[in-house]
Design a protein around this ligand. Structure first.
Ligand code: SF4
Length: 263
């Protein structure tokens, strides 16, 4: 029988919730259930039997959950009414979700992060410094503007910028959703506040690293200094907005990362 990839006492609970998802640079891969799961599914292609076991287990877990959660004594005559009600509630919920999402998108943190994302993508494309798929491909024309001795550092800076440009927006949107005017379900208040701080913290880490990377690039490619300075200013403003909106975020202790050395 295939061993369960999630059965490992070394895993740190919730570590993947507040990481930067850059697994190839992570020192906690051996302690992360999300990473283990991803690797197990990757092996599926090479070992169909192992994959089938995983899928069967996932299906089994899903079915048990569904059966546990279902109304065991439902009256068949009421099923149609329940279906109508469920449909109305779902439509209502979907409308509320859309309104709530719009409010989150319009929040200062999210809108500034979105603007930074659009500006940085445009600059990377126009300057030939990168492209949209994070592959880090940089044109010869851009490299011609960078001193030979600064190219390794500039290449690393471009990787960092491209890794975090989407991530910052996504994590700040999640953090902002924790500020929602809709009160969370009873018992989830602490979780929501904590999750907002944790999400804001990893977004701030991404912002810090991106600012450092832009500073490297400004020095390495002075011909592009004007455009890059605007991006730096945008990101610096975003950092300030995020710190003001989430004053507790920097103090949030991320499972694993802020508790111990990786290994
Ligand atoms: S904790 Fe590390 S290994 Fe796990 S998902 Fe995050 S970056 Fe990847």
């Amino acid at each position: 029988m295939t061993p369960d990839p999630l059965d490992n006492p070394q895993f740190i609970s919730g570590i993947h919730n507040y990481c930067d998802r850059w697994c190839e640079r992570c020192g906690f891969t051996s302690r992360c259930s999300s990473y283990a799961m991803e690797k197990a599914f990757e092996e599926e292609a090479e070992s169909p039997d192992a994959g089938q076991q995983l899928h069967l287990k996932a299906l089994d877990d899903h079915l048990s959950w569904t059966l546990d959660a279902g109304p065991e004594d439902a009256d068949p005559d009421e099923t149609e009414d329940i279906d109508d009600l469920a449909e109305m509630m779902s439509a209502e919920r979907s409308f509320e979700d859309q309104m709530e999402r719009r409010a989150h998108e319009e929040h200062d943190c999210s809108s500034t992060a979105r603007m930074y994302l659009d500006m940085s993508r445009k600059w990377l494309k126009d300057s030939g410094a990168g492209d949209d798929d994070r592959s880090g491909r940089t044109s010869d024309a851009f490299w011609a503007d960078v001193e030979q001795s600064a190219r390794a550092q500039a290449g690393e800076a471009l990787e960092v910028i491209q890794w975090y440009q989407f991530f910052i927006y996504v994590k700040l949107m999640r953090a902002v959703s924790g500020l929602s005017s809709v009160p969370p379900a009873p018992g989830l208040e602490d979780y929501k506040a904590q999750d907002a701080n944790g999400s804001a913290k990893i977004a701030l880490i991404g912002i810090d690293r991106s600012i450092a990377a832009w500073e490297v690039l400004v020095n390495a490619a002075p011909r592009h200094r004007g455009a890059m300075s605007k991006l730096l200013a945008q990101l610096t403003g975003l950092r300030q907005a995020a710190e003001e909106t989430f004053p507790q975020a920097r103090a949030f202790v991320r499972p694993g990362f802020d508790e111990m050395q990786s290994g």
